[in-house]
Design a protein around this ligand. Structure first.
Ligand code: GAL
Length: 756
């Protein structure tokens, strides 16, 4: 399958369904929308968790100049939570599951002229579809929230290529499997398989005969030795393209290209090995939600999250809690070398037969869709934190191994002594729940968790979370405790020989149901907030970077003398850094030198704890300074002001240019700072945003500053895009202050894609 049309523009949306919508529009009620789309934009907090639960309608016209000669295939990357597809009033099919890709052949329902494509979308929490049926600690939203693609294919086409291979003694043997869809007679075809490197240069090519059956089927190719290739690993994530050209005697049937990387995954009781090299997992869980739009954020936002996790946060692993995530996100994980623990949808509850059926379909869909991602190193095929159901999980495990013998399986429990049917025992462990500094037991040991005496592959997939909900505007004390909890747990994980590593709950704050979170429909469990602004805990990961790559030095204080409980002044605080040592100057006294703290000896770059107060309450407070040293030289300086005042509003955009011909979005971050650059976390103020040109603000254009920041996304308006090179503008004012308005220019470009 090649050259699809990105079929995202000009849908008619109704927040309800009526039978006659299958065949005609009611222009009075329709709202013109582009995808990705959410059935209802929500406020940031304090909405009802039922607001997106509805049966809605999406309709779009497909105009054909003549009777379809080719096959017309629609692919939906993600529609929450299930839908029926109608073309010209006739039912084509239905799909259950809000996180799985679906594909429909609409040829027979189409004719020359105008055709009406309609989706009846059910975003209610139906008990026959995971993760629903009981309670869930996250919002699932609703609508066509990922892309839609229209393909024109021949009678026979390749719907997917699973780039299977063996890798032994550094040598690769290719044996791709083709998933085919053939409306004609069975035939003998020839496949030409080409392996291309990252520059598109041919590395190897060969031909084979294959038998293509009638209907949907698969062609397994014979092993072809390719020899030594550059392997994919998290530090050097080298990628190749496998191109498969299917030929019949009268010409090319189809061409299909997939990107992949070559590596081995081996999960042993001693830990995780990629290409034989051990990697200690240090990761974070990711929910795919964003403020206001929920899940409906496109390619760029998905990619950005993967970059943030790997490049800013410096984690080596992400868990796609608790469902299959965007292919854009996974593609970027492949590119940046971020290992992915991929999971099926579900949360603590196993429903009836219908539910189990969809769950098994999800396992299959996850593996077939994500098979070629080298970053994905494990399939998590249990419903997160569900109890044992051996019959179901034996089936799920056998299904996963049958589809993919190259990756291990796991399932995430919170219980001990669960039956280990998969390859790896994964545990959510919130033992360390009050951050008592004297506590020595931070999590369960392997045997205590598994109930097994023999060592088995074992890892922890969640910690922190509800144990330390932390808001960006909490006291420095609280934010430091949050960071310290991360440092302690990560340290212990690094020292443990029993576990492959640990994944924290979680990367970003997220919207949730009233049953969970802080009562405002937000779980403040992230090391970053919903706008991806880092809290101090983020720097526990970030400071583990190699200092030759980047120096990191983040003190967990804004240097205020009256913000800590217990009559403590500025200290205790931490400096999260990869410097060799630091020097702290306070109260105008001589610098005091501090070294990485031996209590975190498991970490490559232990935090530095400053526990003593260098002065007393009666001393005159002075400007302060922290200097970081690496290889004997000062490499980082952070100054703090005694008389800290609002000095500036810093405005930065993640991207300087956007695509104008589909809905593209980027984040704008506004930071309130003083003269020395310290973020004014308790600043109360209001930002007003204006835009010029073909862009608009997502969410409100007047917003409060919180935690010293105000952030938002802007998106392009493809309907009004002419391709002109006139840049769009974002103007930000901090109301009722003397700070001058800030302007950012965003260039709008053509994507080069076929968009319709
Ligand atoms: C876990 C659950 C997560 C999240 C977390 C909060 O039990 O798997 O989804 O709810 O608790 O601490």
């Amino acid at each position: 399958m090649e050259h699809p049309v990105l079929w995202n523009l000009n849908w008619n949306f109704y927040d309800h369904f009526e039978e006659n919508y299958k065949t005609e529009d009611d222009e009075g009620k329709a709202v013109r929308v582009n995808l990705p789309h959410t059935v209802k934009e929500l406020p940031l907090s304090y909405f009802s968790h039922n607001e997106t639960a509805m049966i809605s309608t999406y309709a779009k016209e497909l105009t054909l100049s003549e009777e379809p000669k080719e096959r017309l295939i629609l692919v939906f990357d993600g529609v929450m939570a299930c839908f029926e597809l109608y073309v010209n009033g006739r039912l084509v099919g239905e799909h259950k599951g809000g996180y799985s890709r679906s594909m429909f052949d609409i040829t027979d329902q189409c004719q020359a002229g105008k055709n009406r494509v309609v989706l009846k979308v059910d975003s209610r929490e139906r008990e026959d579809i995971p993760p629903f049926g009981y309670a869930i600690d996250y919002m699932t939203y609703g609508g066509i929230y990922r892309d839609v693609w229209l393909y024109r294919c021949g009678e026979s086409f390749i719907s997917q290529v699973l780039a299977r291979y063996d890798l032994k003694d550094g040598k690769v043997t290719l044996r791709p499997e083709l998933l085919t869809d053939n409306r004609g007679q069975a035939y003998e075809g020839t496949v030409q398989i080409s392996l291309l490197d990252v520059e598109g240069k041919l590395v190897h090519s060969y031909e084979q005969k294959v038998q293509v059956g009638s209907g949907k089927g698969s062609c397994v190719t014979l092993p072809e030795p390719v020899g030594e290739l550059k392997l994919w690993n998290p530090k050097e994530p080298y990628l190749y393209t496998v191109e498969v050209r299917l030929e019949k005697e009268n010409g090319t049937v189809d061409v299909h290209r997939v990107r992949t990387g070559f590596r081995t995954v081996d999960f042993r009781p001693e830990g995780l090995f990629i290409n034989g090299n051990q990697i200690k997992i240090m990761g974070l869980n990711r929910h795919q939600s964003f403020p206001y739009m929920g899940y409906a954020m496109g390619k760029r936002a998905q990619e950005k999250d993967a970059e943030l996790l790997k490049e800013f946060l410096n984690v080596n692993t992400v868990r796609t809690s608790h469902y299959m995530q965007s292919e854009y996100f996974l593609d970027k994980c492949d590119e940046v070398g971020l290992l992915v623990f991929s999971e099926i949808p579900g949360w603590g509850f196993i429903g009836g037969d219908g539910f189990k059926q969809v769950m098994l379909e999800d396992v299959e869909s996850m593996i077939l869709t994500q098979y070629n991602h080298p970053a994905v190193f494990i399939w998590s095929i249990r419903i997160n934190e569900s109890l044992d159901d051996d019959e179901l999980y034996e089936k799920a495990n056998a299904l996963a191994h049958g589809l993919d013998a190259s990756r291990p399986t796991t399932g995430v429990r919170y219980i001990s002594n669960s039956h280990l049917l998969e390859d790896v025992y994964a545990l959510n462990d919130f033992t360390y729940s009050d951050c008592d500094l004297d506590a020595t037991k931070l999590f369960r040991g392997r045997s205590e968790a598994t109930g097994l005496l023999e060592p088995v592959p074992f890892m922890i997939t969640e910690f922190s979370g509800t144990a330390f909900p932390t808001k960006a505007w909490d006291s420095a004390d609280k934010r430091t405790t949050h960071a310290r909890a991360y440092a302690r747990v990560l340290n212990q994980s690094c020292l443990s020989k029993e576990m492959a590593g640990i994944i924290g709950w979680c990367a970003f704050d997220y919207n949730t149901h009233g049953d969970y979170g802080s009562g405002d429909k937000i779980c403040y469990h992230g090391v970053m907030d919903m706008f991806r602004i880092p809290k101090y805990a983020a720097y526990v990961f970030r400071s583990q970077k190699d200092p030759d790559e980047e120096i990191v030095m983040e003190p967990t204080t804004e240097f205020s003398r009256g913000d800590n409980k217990g009559n403590r002044l500025v200290s205790p605080f931490m400096v999260l850094t990869n410097c060799d040592y630091i020097e702290v100057e306070m109260y105008g006294k001589a610098p005091v030198r501090y070294y990485p703290d031996s209590r975190y000896i498991g970490l490559a770059h232990p935090p530095i704890e400053i526990e003593e107060e260098i002065g007393v309450w009666q001393d005159l407070w002075q400007d302060g300074k922290i200097t970081g040293y690496y290889k004997g030289k000062p490499v980082a300086v952070k100054r703090f002001l005694r008389d800290s005042c609002l000095a500036d509003l810093e405005v930065t955009a993640d991207d300087q240019s956007l695509y104008g011909d589909y809905v593209d979005a980027t984040r704008i971050v506004c930071r309130m700072r003083d003269e020395a650059g310290t973020t004014l976390v308790y600043f109360k103020g209001v930002l007003q945003i204006k835009t010029e040109g073909n862009i608009e603000v997502i969410g409100p254009d007047i917003l409060p500053v919180s935690g010293g920041y105000g952030a938002f996304w802007i998106k392009t308006r493809p309907g009004a895009f002419s391709g002109s090179s006139e840049p769009a503008k974002v103007l930000v004012r901090l109301l009722n202050t003397g700070v001058e308005e800030k302007a950012i220019e965003i260039r709008l470009e053509k994507s080069g894609m076929d968009v319709g």
